[in-house]
Ligand binder design. Structure first.
Ligand code: ARG
Length: 263
């Protein structure tokens, strides 16, 4: 995670961002701290990367890379405003014992790349390129399923899909998603791969309710996603609501603020 010390909205690279509206950095830090404390309370080990002045989106660490088995595939950002974050994250990975793969293709890390069971789901349409999906498959030697995003509100895959079961078992690793985020072939593909998926309303997904972190039981979600909260409870999960409304002004939620370090 990255403490949002320099958080603000000074440019617009997604429809959530309104640079003319005020932001409250202290509120962002306070809400982020609640998320941090929630993770620690659940027994997660949280490591921090130092925030860099002038990089207000660095709090969204999910975009910093994608890691499996100690191998960190670096990010190569779409927009110039975030491009310096790529090398900063790769430097951190290298210093913390990960093998770093310098990407050739545009990709925004775990924002668009999700590990579900043993397979990788990868988004494209707004940020990460399809070429990066091939690079991913080559890097990790795993099946990569390309999913086309079509709704600008859901510009990253992690705004449209929530990974519920971080286990190595394709039969039982389930997801939640909002179908409206995807093109028709991708919707079909998701129906076929995850027949038991939780289908989340556009209302809940529209406040980034799907942008969540699960340990297979506790699911940390946006507090306002009450419908999704109910659905999770019905399926035997324990949803934990956190208010990240300030960070939503930059277009990010729980998952965006979290990069999973799979050793
Ligand atoms: N303002 C950031 C951007 O548009 C938000 C990133 C949200 N991160 C995520 N993993 N969805 O790039």
């Amino acid at each position: 995670m990255c403490r949002p010390e320099f958080f603000t909205v000074s440019y617009r690279i997604n429809p959530w961002m309104h640079p003319q509206d005020p932001t409250d950095t202290q509120n962002a830090i306070a809400q982020w701290t609640t998320l941090y404390d929630t993770f620690v309370g659940l027994g997660h080990e949280v490591q921090l990367i130092d925030p860099i002045p002038g990089l207000p989106d660095m709090v969204y660490t999910a975009n910093g890379g994608f890691i499996i088995d100690g191998v960190a595939y670096g990010a190569k950002f779409t927009y110039e405003q975030r491009q310096p974050e790529g090398p900063a994250f790769m430097e951190w990975f290298g210093e913390h014992g990960f093998r770093v793969v310098d990407p050739r293709q545009i990709n925004e890390g775990e924002g668009d790349i999700l590990l579900v069971g043993t397979r990788i789901l990868a988004g494209t349409g707004f940020r990460s390129s399809v070429e990066s999906h091939a690079e991913l498959a080559e890097t990790f030697g795993r099946e990569v399923v390309t999913l086309g995003l079509v709704d600008p509100r859901f510009y990253h895959l992690d705004t449209a899909i929530s990974v519920l079961d971080p286990i190595d078992d394709d039969e039982n690793a389930n997801i939640a998603y909002v179908p409206a985020a995807f093109d028709e072939p991708s919707r079909k593909k998701l129906e076929q791969l995850y027949p038991d998926a939780i289908i989340v309303s556009e209302e809940d997904a529209g406040i980034l309710g799907l942008n969540s972190i699960s340990d297979g039981y506790n699911v940390v979600i946006a507090k306002r996603a009450v419908g999704f909260e109910k659905q999770l409870r019905e399926r035997g999960y324990n949803p934990i609501g956190v208010d990240l409304s300030e960070l939503l002004l930059g277009g990010g939620g729980v998952k965006c603020c979290t990069l999973e370090l799979r050793r």
